[in-house]
Design a binder for this molecule. Sequence first.
Ligand SMILES: Nc1ncnc2c1ncn2[C@@H]1O[C@H](COP(=O)(O)OP(=O)(O)OP(=O)(O)O)[C@@H](O)[C@H]1O
Length: 227
Amino acid sequence: MIEIENLSKSFTLHNQGGAVIPVMQGATLSVAPGECVALTGDSGAGKSTLMRMIYGNYLAASGRILVGGTDVARAEPREILDLRRHTLGYVSQFLRVVPRVPTRDVVAEPLLAIGTPRDVARARAEELLIRLNIPETLWSLSPTTFSGGEQQRVNIARGFAHAYPALLLDEPTASLDATNRETVLCLIEEAKARGAAIIGIFHDAPARDRVADREIDVSRFTPGRAA
Ligand SMILES: Nc1ncnc2c1ncn2[C@@H]1O[C@H](COP(=O)(O)OP(=O)(O)OP(=O)(O)O)[C@@H](O)[C@H]1O
């Protein structure tokens, strides 16, 4: 479902004389449907950078990133948007809040975007909001004023609303209480059971051990570092 071959990436620091910093070299990995692969490695190894390249936020210098047959490294912006709409979900660490949109619609939006009937999309959104303990009194409010933890749970609900065939999870259990953490782990297990290919970053080691089938140490792709 996800196949990454020989991926390299450098950052050009335009505000520092155009210095070119290589951060990744020869990254290769694949994730099958129903499998969860955890990215590990020290801080600065390149875990988030790899995830952002898979999502099409960062351009790769060379290599291939196949997600459901689309090469993200070479895709047109329109293809990337299509891929994100139908195939590839990304639960980042922070909710990007659109002012004035009610929480229920923030969560339902990925389903509405692919033409799901409004009542079905709303029912799924409500199911997730209940599971993630967002009180019903908040559903009609914009999450702009929510606490950090509430925003994170809305973000997770949104990320799991549509049954994406491929899913990127950046620290999905970070700073959650035990009950909500358990719910997120169950959502990941359910996504695997329906065949989603998942790549995750989990600093929560017990969570990683529970849901990940394999670990890939990204340090082995860091230029100048031994694996
Ligand atoms: N936008 C950027 N511009 C320049 N350098 C960057 C940029 N983003 C990341 N880097 C560099 O790329 C390297 C990898 O960073 P990345 O955030 O992917 O590491 P990480 O493994 O996710 O670390 P952490 O566990 O601390 O989040 C680091 O050396 C970082 O300084």
